[in-house]
Structure formats: C-alpha cells, structure tokens
Design a protein around this ligand. Structure first.
Ligand code: DX5
Ligand code: ZN
Length: 223
C-alpha cells in the first residue's frame, strides 16, 4: 500500500500523558504512531525504553512504529517486540552487523526497518532488500525534534528505484511539515513521520489542532 501514511512522533507529545496523546492522535487521523527511542550514546539525547512502549501499546489501535536510536541494538530486540512493536527500525550506522539485526527483528515477530542518517548513502542498504519491510530516510540528524529539514530527494529516488516492486515502505523522519511533505512524497516516500508539525497548537484537552495539522500534511503530500 503506497498511499500516504502520517506517523506522528510522540517525541513532541506530553511525556506525562502518552496514553491519552496516542489515543488523541489516532482519533484525529494518525495512521501510525512513531515512537523514538534514544539512548544518550548513539544519539545525544535520552527518551525511554521498552517498558514505556509496553505501557502505551494498549492505547494504540494501529501500527506502533518503534525507531531505535540506540547502540547496540541486538540485546534489546526481544524486549521491544514483546512490548508490542509492529515495526522495529534499527540504524545501519548503529553496528557492524545490520543484516543479523534485521534477521533478529523478523525472528522476534516484528516488521524490520532500517534507518539511514543524512550522511549515509542509499547504497548502504542495497544488499538488504530481501531482509527489510521499511527504509527510514532521516531528513535531520537524529536526536531531537524540531530541527530543520535536510533535503534527501535524490536518496529517496535512488531507494525507490532500488526497491522496485518489493513491498517496502519508505519513511521520512525529521522536519516534515506541509511545506516539505510534497517533495518527499513525489520522490517516492509513503510514510511521513512528523513531531512538532502535528502536535503544535494542540493538547490532550484540545486535540482538534492535531487533526488540522495531520490533514494539512496529508493534503500537501497528496498534492
Ligand atoms: C529525530 C526523531 C524524529 C523527530 C521528528 O531524532 O527520530 O522522529 O521526533 O520530529 P520533528 O517532526 O519535529 O522533526
Ligand atoms: Zn524517529
């Protein structure tokens, strides 16, 4: 399914209200919920781990999309799978054995995603096509929400060509808003992560702005 899917990142949500925030964004039209796990080692920020993922799982009806910005990855795969992650994405830069990591993610029962930092070329995943369900193209250097979008159009196009007719999603993560969404959608992305551009202006007690923001991104992406 190549239709545009909007995946709000709860990195921009109220950390004291994750359950209610997840329910609010789904009620306001989110397709997936994007969960950013950071370890203070692979990236210069710390968020939360598998226990938090397990706690929010019952509050998400759709896809729980877990983006691991951690190194090492392998010792934690089973914990995130047991926490209920539908997609587990690991960075190609996070260790020397990405193929083993992807095999372990599928063996744990989740869809396998691979993420590429802005400085990593498309070719880094050319030997992984039979082992992945999703490629996450970072359009910021990972670690923080609210950063400026970095143009990765040529990388997205190269990946779309590399994928061919395989059922692999291309997800864009970082600085996605109604202004940047059209170019990434035209280049071939189908999953758009957005943190600040979804959560700005709203709250769990006033969630209607989430819906307006999600619709604005989706409309821009669909042209
Ligand atoms: C960055 C995270 C992103 C981030 C997106 O390290 O992986 O998911 O939260 O936030 P915005 O949309 O605000 O750039
Ligand atoms: Zn992310």
């Amino acid at each position: 399914d190549r239709s545009i899917k909007i995946a709000p990142s709860i990195l921009a949500a109220d950390f004291a209200n994750f359950g209610a925030e997840c329910e609010a964004i789904e009620a306001q039209g989110a397709d997936w919920v994007h969960v950013d796990v950071m370890d203070g080692h692979f990236v210069p920020n710390i968020t939360f781990g598998p226990a938090t993922c397990a706690a929010i799982r019952p509050h998400i009806k759709g896809v729980m999309d877990v983006h691991l910005m951690i190194a090492p990855v392998d010792p934690y795969i089973d914990a995130f799978a047991q926490a209920g992650a539908d997609v587990i994405t690991a960075h190609v830069e996070a260790g020397p054995h990405i193929h083993r990591t992807l095999q372990a993610i599928r063996a744990a029962g989740a869809k396998a995603g691979v993420a590429l930092n802005p400085g990593t070329p498309a070719e880094a995943v050319s030997e992984l096509m039979e082992s992945i369900d999703l490629i996450c193209v970072m359009t910021v250097n990972p670690g923080f929400g609210g950063q400026k979008f970095i143009d990765m159009t040529s990388k997205i196009k190269a990946l779309r060509a590399m994928i061919g007719d395989r059922p692999i999603h291309i997800e864009i993560d970082g600085g996605v808003d109604p202004k940047t969404a059209p170019s990434v959608a035209q280049a071939g992305a189908d999953v758009l992560v957005a943190g600040s551009a979804v959560f700005r202006g709203g709250s769990v007690s006033d969630p209607a702005p989430y819906g307006d923001n999600i619709r604005a991104i989706r409309q821009a992406a669909n042209g």
